[in-house]
Design a protein around this ligand. Structure first.
Ligand SMILES: [Ca+2]
Length: 506
């Protein structure tokens, strides 16, 4: 780890003095820092320049990393959207969390949070912050207990449904619990909002960013928590099936002349557009004079996809890691994580601390001076981010379980990683990540003691929940209810031969 020890108390005292004597907004004097949590969707560990990407340009995120701290061993909550975001919001791993997988509306609401669940936004509300979510929620729809406004967010704008969020040119978005109409005209669009447009006018990401920036402008003078759950560069899976290109973006920008197929130009342009808007956001913080009082985290909810007909062999979105979205190899779950807080985080630092999405809960509790509720799998990484003089606690292990494709489990302990496929009953493979980040050499046979240890950890971490069952590894790995929805759409929507290979719909 490349760290510089700093006198944290002195630094905090001097910063507080600065807040009280300059023209910072009023809340700065209260010592309550703001948090902006930016989440990309299906962005890989190798998709950013600061993580080794060679072809896609991300100058603003590279600058953010250069001005802050870049984590090299930070993990998502899961290998697909809903469970990963659920871990992020509630601070438990997938072995005993309520939402352990993606699931359709017909599933009886198992993908939604419920009354009584506590989220990061609740913690901020308890500390008297303004809270807002712009982008994709995916953990509860209109009228449900898990709706974002019932989960601690004062304001919501974007997509509640994950399938709706596939569509970058929908006829509507959601503002709190009402439809916000856009000017796009649908070619195909179901009642959930999934589909694709024939007249593309309003690009949802641009609308969401503009609304988020407006909210920031209006709320900049009080302590705030902004959860910016952007949808780039997730594919529009329905458009993939309908048109062969799920990488929807208004223009290909600097990639327009590249000798690449359109889905690859689109993939690159989506990531560069995301990067552009992070630049706009950070510029606003400076303009408003709240840069030094705002902690910004950037990450992605899971590993990269191949769902829009883009070619992962071109960009190598997982960098040196094996596997993609839906895998529990590192490529499915190890994600970029950048923290920026001018004056607090020394610029250009790299951290090898092993953390994961569930740690945000304890971090936010510490940031706002609140007690961590019991029963969570959450360790604050604020000592690591802020200074390095305070002792940073570590996890004994990190754990994931995933119910699709026959099911799989994984555990990270020390430098080792174990994976069990199929779930519960399969053979365990073991990797030494310090020597083999690409997980190419299974060393389980030489280390029966570590295999036994990993087995004990997996068995301890998993708590049975009848709502979640392993989906069989057949030719079609989706549940019967998902197959039903998918077949209904196949009857009414055209498909291209290439697109038929794409199985995922959520
Ligand atoms: Ca995702």
């Amino acid at each position: 780890m490349q760290r510089v020890k700093r006198p944290v108390l002195l630094m905090l005292a001097s910063s507080a003095l600065t807040w009280m004597t300059n023209s910072q907004p009023m809340h700065a004097a209260t010592g309550k820092p703001n948090l902006i949590l930016i989440l990309a969707d299906d962005l890989g560990y190798g998709d950013l320049g600061c993580y080794g990407q060679q072809l896609i340009q991300t100058p603003n995120l590279d600058r953010m990393a250069a001005e802050g701290m870049r984590f090299t061993q930070f993990y998502a909550g899961s290998t697909v959207c809903a469970p990963s975001r659920s871990v992020l919001m509630t601070g438990k791993h997938t072995g005993h969390i309520r939402v352990r997988g993606n699931a359709p509306r017909t599933s009886g609401g198992i993908q939604a949070l419920r009354k009584g669940d506590r989220t990061l936004a609740h913690i901020f509300k308890d500390a008297d912050y303004a809270t807002a979510l712009f982008g994709k929620w995916g953990l509860g729809e209109i009228g449900s207990e898990g709706h974002s406004n019932a989960m601690g967010f004062d304001e919501f704008f974007g997509y509640l449904s994950q399938r709706h969020a596939h569509n970058y040119y929908p006829s509507f978005l959601i503002h709190d619990s009402t439809k916000y109409l856009l000017r796009n005209v649908a070619e195909v669009e179901d009642e959930e909002g999934a589909g694709w447009a024939k007249q593309k006018v309003d690009y949802s990401h641009d609308v969401i960013m503009d609304k988020a920036l407006r909210w920031l402008e209006l709320n900049r003078a009080k302590p705030f928590f902004l959860y910016l759950a952007l949808t780039l560069p997730h594919a529009n899976n329905e458009a993939t099936r309908g048109t062969g290109n799920g990488q929807e973006v208004p223009d290909y920008g600097i990639y327009g002349d590249k000798p690449w197929p359109d889905p690859d130009k689109g993939q690159a342009a989506m990531i560069s557009r995301l990067d552009r808007d992070i630049g706009r956001l950070l510029a606003r913080l400076k303009e408003y004079g709240i840069d030094d009082n705002t902690l910004v985290f950037f990450s992605s909810d899971n590993g990269p996809h191949r769902e829009g007909n883009n070619n992962p062999n071109l960009f190598r979105p997982g960098g040196p890691l094996r596997g993609m979205k839906r895998s529990l190899y590192e490529g499915g779950i190890r994600v970029p994580f950048v923290a920026r807080w001018p004056g607090r985080i020394k610029s250009g630092e790299r951290s090898d601390h092993v953390g994961y999405f569930g740690d945000l809960f304890a971090t936010v509790c510490e940031l706002t001076g609140q007690k961590l509720p019991p029963g969570l799998d959450s360790i604050s990484f604020l000592p690591e981010v802020l200074d390095g003089t305070a002792k940073q606690a570590k996890h004994d292990f990190l754990y994931w379980e995933f119910y699709e494709e026959g099911g799989r489990q994984a555990v990270r302990f020390g430098k080792h990683k174990a994976i069990r496929e199929p779930m519960f009953s399969g053979k365990i493979s073991l990797y030494d990540l310090a020597k083999d980040i690409g997980e190419t050499r299974d060393i389980a046979a030489r280390h029966p003691d570590l295999v036994a240890k990993a087995t004990r950890m997996m068995n301890k971490a998993h708590v049975h929940d009848p709502a979640w069952r392993v989906r069989g590894q057949t030719a079609d790995t989706r549940s019967s209810s998902i197959r039903q929805v998918f077949r209904a759409s196949e009857r009414s929507w055209p498909t291209t031969p290439r697109a038929r290979s794409v199985k995922e719909i959520i």
